[in-house]
Each structure stands twice: as C-alpha cells, then as structure tokens.
Design a protein around this ligand. Structure first.
Ligand SMILES: [Zn+2]
Length: 339
C-alpha cells in the first residue's frame, strides 16, 4: 500500500479494511485507486470509496407522511433542512453563473438572450432567494429563463423547481426515467412533493439557451435517469467546455448492479468528455469538488490570469474516483452476497 494512499485515507476518514472473514481484496484494490485519484482536486469525493459506509436507499417510495404536511401541499421547507452558508450569485464564465448554496448548486447557463437553469434548489424559499433575488441583485432578468433542467429526481435539486416553473411560466425538463422515479417517490418525507409536470429530455439532446448550447447525456447510477450536461462556456476570448456530473452520492441501496451501472456511466462520460475537449468539471454539490473555494478566487482574479475553474487534463481524475469507488462498492456487496 502506498504511503500517500494510507495518509489520504486516514485524513479523509475512509475505511479501507474489510470486515473480518470477508475476501474484500477486489473491493480494496478499487477503493485504493479511487482514493488515490481523489487526492489533490477531489478530496470531497473520496468518501465514496469508504468500504464501511452505510449505503441507504433514498429512491424507495415512502408511505409515511411528513410531519405537518398534507398530501400535495407545498411546504416552505419541503421537510429537508440543509444549513446553507450564503454564497452570492457569482459569474463563473461569460455564460455561466453560480446561483446555488453551499449544499447544492444551481447553474444559470446562457445570457440575457436566454437562460436554462440547471436544477431548482431544495425549497421554494431557496429558489426565491438564490435564483430570483440572486439574479435581480446582479442585474440579470429571471424572465429570460426559458427552461429548468433538473439533473435528477431528488428533492435537493427539484424542491424549488415547481415554484420557479410556475412563477416564470416555463417547463421543468427531466429524463423519462427520473419522471418515473419522482412519481414513485410521491410525497417524500425528506424531499417533499415531486414536481408535477414537465418535458422529457433524452440522451444526446441539445438544449439551447440563447446562442449557448449544451448537450445532455444520460449517466444512470445515482438515479435511473441522471443527466450530465456538457456545456460550451466562454471566458473573454477563450472558449472552454464544461461537464456537470449530474448525480454523485451512493444512496440507492447496496445494489451491485446499480454500482456497476454507475461505474459504466463514469466510463462513458470520460470518453465523451475527452472527445468533447472538456476542461472544466462541475459538481451538483459545491463542497464535493472545492467549488466554494474556486468561487471565492474569482473576484480577485487578475486579468489574463488562469481561470480557477479550468482544471485541464488533471480534472479527468474525477472519472477515476467515480468509477473505482463505484466498483469498490460493487465488489464489497458482491463479496458479502457470496458469504
Ligand atoms: Zn441526488
């Protein structure tokens, strides 16, 4: 075992030791590669390789009614109480703004000639504060939003989407698989009510926001129809290509097949990203990949200085973390099922 690897695992609190009696060598080998890849830029992802992590399943339909809520009634907190630190609306590229919290991102893609909002935050109140008031505070027009793309059917990303869709008179777009997922989730005690209606987007679809365009890719795993978009972004005269990994955590239960599907999606996206010239790697959760720190560097960036979000070739380690950690967990539960 390499020294750096042990040090990283220790620092990160990631458990790589198998429980007694299990042959977890295949799981450990993948976990080691995943943690090594996470060192440096992606420490926030390393916990995915924790071989003792409890793998819960948030994708199960829940029968239990949340406290103080009737079926179909929209509640201001949607039953989910993150503690977001305030991050002001921040322009990251000429056609990409961060409007999220420290827990969950909302990316505003495009310009005043048309925007697509990527994800709708967790609650109506957050959507109002971070999207509507965030845009107005920086002189942007919420009315220029033409659609809301929801990367996947979990309430921390769709909780405020209905509110915004109604307010702005636009559609919520999601994959067919995740429309099915939110329908089965129903009134979820943590996520609140699902978004009600909207459009379906498919693998390879192009979505335009004014003259900016993104291509949508299905990357099943985190949910059955997670969407990871690739976006062309500009920084003055420089052009870059960004990829947003649409769904991260392993919270779909200890299911070997889903972990293998997740790993296959990471492989697929690595190839697509390379072919597309991706050099900017974005997350739906800003603490996973250091987004909060990168945002803080933007205001003091000197003219002509390298853009902090452009990770270049080093950014591809993300796919190694995702793929190896998913395979590590697949091997872990395969070993347990063979006992
Ligand atoms: Zn999720």
């Amino acid at each position: 075992m390499k020294k750096t690897f042990v040090a990283a695992a220790f620092t990160l609190g990631v458990t790589l030791q198998p429980a007694l009696g299990q042959d977890m060598s295949a799981a450990q080998a993948h976990a080691r590669l995943g943690v090594e890849a996470a060192e440096g830029q992606y420490l926030g992802y390393a916990s995915l390789c924790d071989l003792e992590a409890r793998i819960r399943n948030v994708n199960l339909p829940k029968q239990r009614k949340p406290a103080n809520a009737k079926q179909g009634e929209r509640r201001p907190t949607n039953g989910y109480r993150p503690k977001p630190a305030h991050i002001p609306a921040t322009q990251v590229f000429d056609n990409l703004w961060f409007l999220g919290t420290a827990s969950t991102t909302t990316w505003l893609y495009g310009t005043e000639e048309g925007y697509v909002l990527i994800d709708g935050l967790t609650t109506d109140a957050q959507a109002q504060k971070y999207v509507i008031e965030g845009m107005e505070a920086t002189g942007l027009s919420p009315s220029a939003i033409t659609a809301i793309l929801v990367t996947h059917g979990h309430g921390d990303h769709y909780g405020g989407a209905d509110y915004l869709a109604e307010l702005l008179g636009v559609d919520i777009l999601m994959s067919r698989e995740d429309w099915d997922l939110v329908a089965t989730l129903g009134m979820h005690p943590r996520f609140g009510p699902p978004p009600r209606t909207g459009g379906i987007v498919e693998d390879g679809d192009v979505l335009r926001a004014g003259s900016s365009e993104m291509i949508l890719y299905l990357t099943p795993g985190h949910t059955p129809g997670t969407i990871s978009p690739i976006l062309k972004v500009s920084d003055g005269d420089s052009q870059h290509v960004a990829m947003l990994w649409g769904g991260t955590g392993f919270n779909f239960g200890p299911d070997v097949k889903i972990f293998q599907t997740y790993a296959a999606s990471a492989q697929k996206m690595r190839e697509i990203a390379k072919a597309s010239g991706v050099d900017v790697f974005l997350s739906g959760h800003p603490r996973r990949d250091g987004t909060v720190k990168l945002l803080a560097q933007l205001p003091s960036r000197a003219n002509e200085a390298a853009h902090p979000f452009v990770r270049g070739a080093g950014g591809y380690a993300l796919f190694d973390v995702l793929e190896h950690c998913a395979l590590a967990q697949a091997e872990r539960f395969l070993a347990q099922s063979e006992e």
